[in-house]
Ligand binder design. Structure first.
Ligand SMILES: Cc1ncc(C[n+]2csc(CCOP(=O)(O)OP(=O)(O)O)c2C)c(N)n1
Length: 307
């Protein structure tokens, strides 16, 4: 059992709901951001461009790590799938980190409008993480470097802990899989601790990922072969996630299982980018979008935040 209490678990779950809602709002909405009236075609952006499928898992990892490492200045989070930018942006906005570099991104109703409307919008935020994002040093459209970057960050900083989220599709890149050897080259006493978290949501764009097609045993053996101790986490189980973070084995490798597109109207490969492509013109898709947004109960979520 995790040492975190029920109220902390509820807070983590609430944060995930907030960030999931924000991701959907960023991807789809140009108005009516808190669903204060019935959703209409006019509220939907004319060009829907971005990625939903990976967002929930990013929000799960972010919320759990944030709770566990709290405000530890020696903790860093490295995100591999830069296409999951709506999630990164949502978390940074919620923590007032975006506001520090972009005065318009306040945690207010106006700031919420700015965050959502400007996402993937001409002259606004790009669709992928990029160097305009606080803490981002590489362009987020190219998969593969997250692990190497995390080990680089750890060099000479034994005080640091760096959690790095890697997509299962991303782990198929030569750079990512070979970076699993890096910890063998680095002295654990002189360098920081890197915690790889494989986001095993099963799919990469339109096809299953190779690692998702391995049995749990095969995958665990593969990871052990690289010198890590694999720890399985069900992304829906917050208590299990918190307990997993308490483990102190020297070379841990977390395998976080989620369903791609969890919480949305489609799953798996169909959720990779925009699930409801015709929401601006199709009455039934608009309705499904409204139900999807309402499923997070936004009024309840934002009442406190946007006081
Ligand atoms: C080097 C590289 N190859 C291919 C792509 C195209 N691409 C974008 S997203 C994606 C799937 C990524 O799958 P995964 O890492 O599992 O992320 P998730 O399923 O969580 O979206 C691919 C192959 C890319 N961005 N970079």
């Amino acid at each position: 059992m995790s040492t975190v209490g029920i109220s902390e678990i509820e807070e983590i779950k609430k944060r995930i709901r907030i960030c999931d809602y924000l991701c959907v709002a960023e991807l789809f909405l140009q108005d009516n951001f808190l669903l204060e009236r019935k959703l209409s075609f006019d509220d939907v952006k004319p060009r829907l461009l971005g990625h939903w499928g990976t967002c929930h898992g990013i929000n799960v990892a972010y919320a759990n790590l944030k709770q566990y490492y709290n405000d530890d200045q020696n903790f860093s989070f490295v995100l591999g799938p830069g296409h999951g930018y709506p999630a990164l942006n949502a978390n940074l906005w919620l923590d007032h980190a975006l506001e520090k570099v972009d005065q318009k991104a306040t945690v207010t109703k106006t700031g919420l409008k700015y965050l959502c409307r400007e996402f993937s919008w001409p002259d606004g935020f790009p669709s992928h993480a990029s160097p305009i994002t606080p803490g981002v040093i590489t362009e987020g459209g190219e998969l593969g470097y997250a692990l190497a970057n995390a080990y680089g960050l750890s060099l000479g900083h034994s005080e640091k802990t760096i959690a790095v989220l890697v997509g299962d599709g991303e782990l198929e890149t030569a750079t990512a899989i070979d970076s699993l050897n890096l910890h063998r080259l680095l002295s654990a006493s002189k360098n920081g601790k890197v915690l790889p978290i494989l986001h095993l949501n099963g799919y990469k764009i339109s096809a299953p990922s190779i690692y998702a097609r391995k049995s749990e045993r095969e995958l665990n053996e593969l990871i052990r072969g690289f010198g890590f101790e694999p720890i399985e986490i069900n992304g829906d189980d917050t208590s299990e996630f918190q307990t997993a973070l308490e483990k102190s084995h020297e070379a841990l490798f977390y395998i976080m299982r989620t369903e791609k597109g969890e919480g949305g109207p489609t799953r798996y490969h169909e959720s990779h980018q925009i699930p409801l492509k015709n929401a601006k013109t199709d009455e039934s898709e608009l309705h499904i979008l409204e139900e999807w947004l309402e499923s997070y109960r936004p009024k309840e979520l934002f009442e406190e935040i946007l006081k």
